[in-house]
Write a protein that binds this ligand. Structure first.
Ligand code: PEP
Ligand code: MN
Length: 272
């Protein structure tokens, strides 16, 4: 597998990477508090949306450039590399100036001009799977980025639409795609247990299951857990407390150190 280095964090080097942070950068205080909590819990990188792709145009769209600056400052303060989404081909250069890794979101996976521009930006890319995308379509999108000479791509399974989606969880987490990605490509694949479930109480189970299934990391939305903290403006129902994030990271580290048995199969052996 190819190792993709973001800041000083290697994806695909054998040790699962954890990216954590708010859904959206809302203000400097919230972002710095969550960055510190992520760092203290053992996370490797910080996430946070400055440009948000929202279903309704009337919902909070993110702080834009101001959000990028806040995220960058929080990353610098805590020593965590930052991952943020770019939704617009006109903004790729700007976002690349502040981010260590460019996220292409589910809704943009087949925005081919955006993929081309992201491929030219000289930054590692987190390519989320379209919510209705087949593996073939997803890898085709990765190919658009690679064709521009950028092979620094980490794939992210974030849940797909199925007949059950929306009934008890937001999307359906397709864990089976992890070994398929490993068999078909040399790229690391991480899992987003937050958007795939949409339910905070499911995030720890989804995370640990994805790790057992052989993924190369997780991207998780968190909130402070303080009773007096304002409710997050986006995706509040799926944000987990730092204590839960800490448990997930301990699960990963214990497993890495062999203090938790590896009962499961090798990921690529599960797909043929
Ligand atoms: C996100 O990670 O902020 C996000 C919007 O995710 P997705 O594109 O997977 O919906
Ligand atoms: Mn979100």
């Amino acid at each position: 597998m190819r190792t993709i280095v973001v800041g000083n964090v290697p994806f695909g080097a054998g040790s699962p990477v954890v990216i954590a942070g708010p859904c959206a950068v809302e203000n400097a205080e919230q972002t710095l508090e969550l960055a510190r909590l992520a760092k203290a819990s053992g996370a490797d990188a910080l996430r946070g949306g400055a440009f948000k792709p929202r279903t309704s145009p009337h919902d909070f769209q993110g702080l834009g450039l101001e959000g990028l600056k806040i995220l960058r400052a929080a990353g610098d303060e805590t020593g965590l590399p930052v991952v943020t989404e770019v939704i617009d081909v006109r903004l790729v250069e700007t976002v690349a100036r502040y981010a260590d890794m460019l996220q292409v979101g589910s809704r943009s996976m087949q925005n081919y001009p955006l993929l081309v521009e992201v491929g030219r930006a000289g930054k590692p890319v987190l390519l989320k799977r379209g919510m209705s995308a087949s593996l073939c379509e997803w890898l085709g999108s990765a190919e658009y980025i690679a064709k521009e000479g950028n092979l620094e791509i980490v794939l992210c399974e974030r849940g797909i639409r199925t007949g059950a989606s929306g009934e008890f969880s937001r999307f359906t987490l397709d864990l089976n795609v992890i070994p398929a990605v490993h068999a078909e490509t040399f790229l690391p694949v991480i899992v987003d247990p937050s958007h795939s479930t949409g339910v905070a109480s499911m995030v720890e189970h989804a995370s640990c299951s994805a790790i057992e299934y052989g993924c190369d990391g997780l991207i998780i939305e968190i909130s402070s857990g303080r009773a007096d903290a304002p409710r997050p403006m986006c995706d509040a129902d799926q944000a987990i407390d730092p204590a839960v994030l800490g448990r997930i990271i301990r699960f990963i580290r214990d497993r890495q150190e062999g203090t938790r048995p590896r009962e499961w199969f090798s990921a690529s052996a599960a797909y043929s």
